[in-house]
Write a protein that binds this ligand. Structure first.
Ligand code: HEM
Length: 477
């Protein structure tokens, strides 16, 4: 069964490569799914009130869905999660000035499974299609997808009732060009199995984020869930109610709960994740809580064994931390520690990992050493610190690849932006954490300089093209 799955994946990869080697463009991009006669490629002018009109229309769609939220049915979390994930998948293909938020990605790529629903076919009966039709002759799809994501963030942030504010409107700039083809993007979406290697490659090396900003961006997983029929993974990053609120609960969940490897999800050995292991876990299928390798690795690395940031299929360990190490996270978790009362000392490990669990810990329970451990601790304790870093990361991520962007209302002049010039577009200092900003455990986690990173990208691009060529020859025989 597992071999069959691997063979099928190879065949799918080879067929997609065949199409690209033969110069065929993707059959389904967001622009093809959201057809609009007279759609503009670039937004010529956008005022604050036009931005607000798009936001209000998208929020209206989201907020008109039933507000019920149970473990098996939470329509607003699903819809908001899908729209935000769409924007993320759009910008995560950025490398060497190409890609970014250009509304171009292969919607038939298995990594994008589930996304056509909120885009066009209908998630809980609702999609962005009707909203886009109202604006498509003035607003490029590339800008529209970013604003739609900002709208669901604003709506779910309002629901979170947190005191810290997040104002993405004040830093928004329009002028992204919708791309009609983006074949270069094949294979660029990060594979969760690769853990922090994929996080580093996508966010740090290609997109130009710091580890702190990469960790801040991953906080989007506070919304929505993973479903087997989409990604092969299964579960919520936290409890369902929190999964429709844009809050720092992702970090709280990551630290204030215990996690054990969960291998071969739904019998698929290529899909491995971490499941909640503490006494507070929901044992029902619907209420299953999980973390991907790419989430947990931010904070946890294992000193022994294979070393490095954790991966479920390689590190048979329990990811948990002592209560004193995570007092800020526990405070923001209603003083709940691993599903129960705070225990300092004897019995804490059993409460977090269960009695039967391997005695192996994912690193030191008093000193997490994942590449963004300090940031995760900081964000779990201080929501405002997360939102500041998130705004910086969001602006970089959504502006990468676009050289001529304008502030709302600035319809006459041009503001030049170096495509990957990170520092020029940061609106606030990189982090205000009182903790060390990065925990670098080995040279592997050091941010490479730009020449190294672009060399790395060209080498991986070459290797990818070579693999593509070989697999397309394989397909012919
Ligand atoms: C290393 C980077 C990332 C990896 C490996 C990753 C992986 C995943 C996976 C496997 C899912 C489950 C999808 C499903 O089963 O429906 C998911 C969901 C989600 N992702 Fe990511 N993701 C990453 C980065 C991002 C970014 C940058 C964004 C947006 C800015 C994002 C937003 C979301 C959202 C909101 C969901 C929930 C979707 C829903 O409920 O339908 N992710 N992600």
């Amino acid at each position: 069964m597992a071999n069959g799955a691997v063979l099928l994946s190879l065949l799918a990869f080879a067929m997609r490569c065949e199409a690209i080697v033969n110069g065929q463009a993707f059959n389904a991009t967001p622009a093809k799914l959201l057809a609009c006669p007279g759609a503009v490629e670039v937004t010529e002018c956008m005022t604050s009130s036009q931005y607000d009109a798009v936001v209000a229309a998208v929020r209206g769609k989201l907020e008109s869905l039933p507000s019920t939220c149970t473990a098996s049915d939470c329509p607003q979390a699903d819809w908001a999660g899908c729209v935000l994930r769409m924007a993320g998948h759009d910008f995560m293909d950025f490398a060497n000035g190409q890609g970014g938020s250009d509304a171009c990605t292969d919607m038939e790529d298995p990594e994008n499974a589930g996304l056509p629903a909120c885009l066009a076919s209908g998630e809980h009966g609702s999609s962005l299609q009707e909203v886009y039709q109202q604006f498509c002759t003035q607003v490029s799809l590339a800008d529209f997808l970013v604003i739609a994501a900002e709208a669901v963030i604003a709506s779910t942030r309002a629901r979170a009732a947190g005191t810290a504010s997040l104002d993405l409107r004040s830093i928004f700039r329009f002028g992204r060009r919708t791309a009609s083809s983006c074949d270069f993007a094949v294979g660029r979406l990060p594979d969760p199995e690769r853990g922090c290697t994929a996080v580093e490659e996508t966010f740090v090396t290609r997109m130009g984020l710091t580890w702190t900003q990469a960790a801040a961006l991953m906080g989007v997983h506070t919304l929505g869930r993973a479903q087997v029929q989409n990604s092969g993974y299964h579960g919520w990053w936290s409890d369902p109610e929190n999964s429709r609120k844009f809050n720092n609960n992702y970090y709280v969940s990551l630290l204030a709960k215990g996690w054990l490897p969960e291998l071969a999800i739904n019998g698929n050995s290529a899909k491995n994740q971490w499941e909640r292991s503490d006494i507070g876990r929901d044992t029902s299928v619907a209420g299953h809580e999980m973390m991907l390798n790419t989430d947990l690795c931010l904070a946890f690395s294992e000193g022994g064994g294979n070393g490095g940031p954790v991966r479920a299929h390689e590190h048979n360990c329990c990811a948990w931390l002592s209560a004193r190490t995570i007092d800020g996270a526990v405070r923001n978790n209603g003083n709940e520690y691993c599903g129960g009362n705070v225990i300092r000392g004897r019995g804490d490990r059993d409460q977090c990992c269960g009695r039967q669990a391997t005695r192996n810990d994912c690193g030191d329970k008093d000193r997490p050493t994942g590449p963004a451990a300090a940031a995760v601790l900081d964000f779990a304790a201080d929501e405002a610190a997360w939102l500041r870093s998130f705004a910086d990361a969001w602006q970089i991520a959504t502006e990468n690849g676009h050289s001529q962007l304008h502030r709302l209302g600035d319809c006459g002049s041009t503001t030049e932006t170096a495509a990957s010039s990170v520092s020029s577009i940061s609106s606030t200092p990189e982090t205000t954490s009182s903790l060390p900003t990065e925990t670098v455990t080995s040279t592997e986690w050091a941010s490479p300089d730009s020449s190294l990173s672009s060399n790395a990208s060209s080498v991986s691009g070459f290797l990818w093209s070579f693999a593509c060529l070989v697999s397309s020859i394989f397909l012919r025989f």
